[in-house]
Design a protein around this ligand. Structure first.
Ligand code: PGA
Length: 249
């Protein structure tokens, strides 16, 4: 029985609806669902409906939104509520990606409101955590990740539909990724915090940061990794299909 693995594509601010459609036509022609594997797509909000529509009827594939706002509706120009995301076909939400934290000033308290809104509205929440290079060099990795989890998950039910993505900020889009054993150490620390908060230790913890078709097998052979969250290398359907088809030991 292969261990369950999750492959999540974070398209960031790329792939308009037409491009997303072309991508998925190619991807779905070459990839096929595999037992125990899920493939999640996080397109930009404008391409969510196209993505979810193309994936409909394909078991094991789902679409999610890259960010949500916690208010249910109203005068919040530019924001996407959980209901809007669901209406466009999302079944998951990414929360607290480091670009949201560092470029858009999202705080841990914001991530908590977003996680709770996503879960209350019936979306799976994937909370992203990770330290900057300066924090790592100061030996603060565990402290930072612990705070991001403790605040981000405050008040969340232990049986919530939750995934964690560990993405060291210094590894995102830099071509420099954590070694499998570096990542594993942090994944264990994450599981310790989750367990101490009452969440199952086996909650899926994905790794992200410069994952590509060339290094993914090496990373996934580390059993602490339950999958990968991929930015740049998920933008090409052939490369993404290769990643989703990775064989693990
Ligand atoms: P990357 O991005 O794979 O391009 O490093 C990962 C992410 O930010 O989710």
């Amino acid at each position: 029985m292969p261990r369950p693995l999750h492959f999540a594509a974070n398209w960031k601010m790329n792939l308009a609806p037409g491009e997303a459609g072309t991508f998925l036509d190619r991807f779905l022609a070459i990839d096929h669902p595999r037992h125990g594997r899920t493939v999640l797509f996080f397109p930009p909000a404008v391409s969510l409906n196209t993505t979810a529509t193309r994936l409909r009827g394909h078991a094991g594939y789902a679409a999610g939104v890259q960010d949500i706002y916690w208010e249910p509706k109203g005068a919040f120009t530019g924001a996407t509520s959980v209901a809007l995301a669901r209406g466009a076909g999302a079944s998951a939400a990414l929360v607290g990606h480091s670009e949201r934290r560092h470029i858009f000033g999202e705080t841990d308290a914001d991530t908590n409101r977003k996680v709770r809104a996503a879960l209350d509205g019936g979306l799976l929440a994937m909370l992203c955590v990770g330290e900057t290079l300066a924090q790592r060099e100061r030996g603060e990795t565990d402290t930072v990740v612990t705070r991001q989890l403790r605040v981000g998950l405050e008040g969340v039910a232990p049986d919530a539909e939750l995934m964690i993505a560990y993405e060291p900020v210094w590894a995102i889009g830099t071509g420099r990724n954590a070694t499998p054993s570096d990542a594993a150490l942090v994944h264990v620390a994450i599981r310790d915090v989750l367990e101490s908060m009452g969440f199952p230790r086996q909650t899926a913890v994905l790794y992200g940061g410069s994952v590509n078709a060339g290094n993914v097998a090496h990373l996934l052979n580390e059993p602490e990794l339950d999958g990968v969250l991929v930015g740049g290398a998920s933008l090409d359907p052939d490369s993404w299909a290769t990643i989703c088809a990775t064989s693990v030991e």
